[in-house]
Design a protein around this ligand. Sequence first.
Ligand code: SF4
Length: 202
Amino acid sequence: MKAGPRVSVFYHMYTDNLGEDFERMKEYVESLGFSFSPNWSRSICMEMSLKYLRENGYSRYHGETIKWFDDMPPLTDAYKNGIKRMIYLPQDYLEGKWGEFWLDECPMNGRIINIRWNGRLSLCSWTFDDRSSVSEYLTTPIEQLWEARRSSPICKECLANNCASYMNYFDMDGIDQAARNRLSPDLASNRKFFGDNETAAP
Ligand code: SF4
């Protein structure tokens, strides 16, 4: 079929890289024949995001928790400084129309598997601490992963806080609108979620 690899460069848009940096990176990526896919910056680590919601009084989870997760040290200044530059925040999906929304089960269940660098099954695309991993990929029936996503306290805390929707970019139009409201309605029209998702073979 003469199909070449498709390369797409994700550009995480923060409050301070929407100007010249954005234009220059777009130009560079496209000059290489790749596609340029901007998306609003967000807190991509599940453990940190849940911790951020807890520390800032947003969490609406009151169920069972895991000791190592409860004992994690407070968020670092690096994380706090990073989140100040982010546009799309974990609490966004606990407010407005999303405040009344709940998922009973993870939308990734039955669909997405992540294998960690060490061969273990990751609980989630967004959990990065090895202690949250499920088991060895090669010896674990896949149903065990789906069940872990139903029973893990991390998943329960995630679902109670709508983090599964946040991480999976539900409501892209709403995200663009929220970003524009937060920044400036005059933002250039190509500063939007996946503004150009065309992919080109090099
Ligand atoms: S429920 Fe949340 S933490 Fe669990 S797998 Fe889904 S997105 Fe990840």
